[in-house]
Write a protein that binds this ligand. Structure first.
Ligand code: 3HC
Length: 293
């Protein structure tokens, strides 16, 4: 049976975009990565090369399969290249106006049948869809970090998303080896709706000097059986991303649990964004490294 969406464009090759490009190419699909920033594009390709080399080392794929995977990914700064895809996944920063502009542009560029998916975590999919003339073909596809590893994808339907598009998005994620869940269009969807108040409270607890970062993280790992503590997870997600997500959720929910803890703003202003910059709540061996010093 032919794969759903044999050609997929990923617009924005940051941490999430690069991971999604990798797993999509791994599923046998051709991937067109669109990234305006040349440094970010090079970093994304480097990350995919490293991650797939690790998979070969772990005997999860052969060297030939890796070569095939890498050959299926092309990276360009031309958005018009997305017109070749049947599915476009947007992974650009969490700013509504930016996403609306991009979707209006994609709507002009792409054939009428192309499905446009947003990777937003906390913005309204409906408002993003409203920037297009095809809101019934717009859906949310929310992957989790690190995308090559995490099993879940939230498939987000608006009131206008057609059943056919939601089903195709669902089948696409299953084809990537993921387990989709279906959610309506509400800030944070299922996971972040529950997770981010907790992460925010952990940052506030650390900020109040109630406990050390190590003890906060150890408590949640060892007391609740979580794979990592909240401050380590904030570093993985990115302090700037977490702050932006919380701001967007707070703007929609007006729930004070989502009002970003001041320390998130301070770390973000200082460029201490977590693993990706080599320092956040913790210090790492190098930017992008998971090794805590
Ligand atoms: N890319 C590719 N593979 C990765 C990776 C990455 N960024 N990070 C880890 N891995 C792989 C490792 O290579 C390793 O594979 P191997 O067994 O073949 O060597 C495997 O994952 C396990 O990694 P580690 O042994 O280094 O460490 P852990 O066992 O602690 O697992 C973890 C790492 C998967 C990140 C785990 O700690 C975890 O599940 N943490 C929670 C992550 C989480 O909650 N993510 C959701 C964040 S919220 C979100 O994304 C929403 C967004 O909107 C903000």
């Amino acid at each position: 049976m032919a794969a759903v969406f044999p050609v997929v464009a990923v617009v924005g090759l940051g941490t999430m975009g690069a991971g999604i490009a990798e797993i999509t190419a791994r599923s046998g699909r051709r991937v067109i990565g669109v990234e305006l920033d040349a440094t970010a594009a090079a970093a994304a390709l480097h990350r995919i090369e490293e991650s797939t080399a690790h998979s070969v080392e772990r005997a999860r794929m052969t060297a030939e399969e890796r070569a095939g995977l890498l050959s299926r990914i092309t990276v360009t700064h031309e958005l018009s290249a997305a017109a070749e895809a049947q599915l476009v996944i947007e992974e650009i920063p969490e700013q509504l106006e930016l996403k609306q502009e991009l979707f209006a542009e994609l709507d002009r560029i792409c054939p009428a049948g192309t499905v446009l998916a947003t990777g937003t975590t906390a913005l309204s999919v409906t408002r993003i869809a409203a920037a297009t003339q095809r809101p019934e073909r717009v859906v949310g596809l929310h992957f989790f970090n690190p995308a090559p590893v995490m099993q879940l994808v939230e498939v987000v339907r608006t009131v206008l998303t057609s059943a056919e598009v939601a089903e195709a998005a669902d089948a696409f994620t299953r084809g990537l080896g993921k387990s989709p869940v279906s959610a309506g269009d509400r800030a944070g969807f299922i996971v972040n709706g529950l997770l981010f108040a907790y992460l925010n409270q952990a940052a506030a607890m650390f900020e109040s000097r109630y406990a050390t970062r190590e003890d906060i993280d150890a408590a949640m790992r060892l007391g609740c059986g979580l794979p990592m503590g909240p401050l380590a997870l904030l570093d993985l997600i990115g302090v700037d991303t977490a702050k932006t997500v919380l701001e967007a959720m707070y703007a929609q929910s007006h729930d004070r649990l989502h009002a970003p803890a001041p320390i998130l703003g301070q770390l973000a202003s200082a460029g201490l964004l977590g693993r990706k910059t080599g320092r956040g709540f913790y210090r790492y061996a190098a930017p992008g490294s998971s090794q805590v010093l």
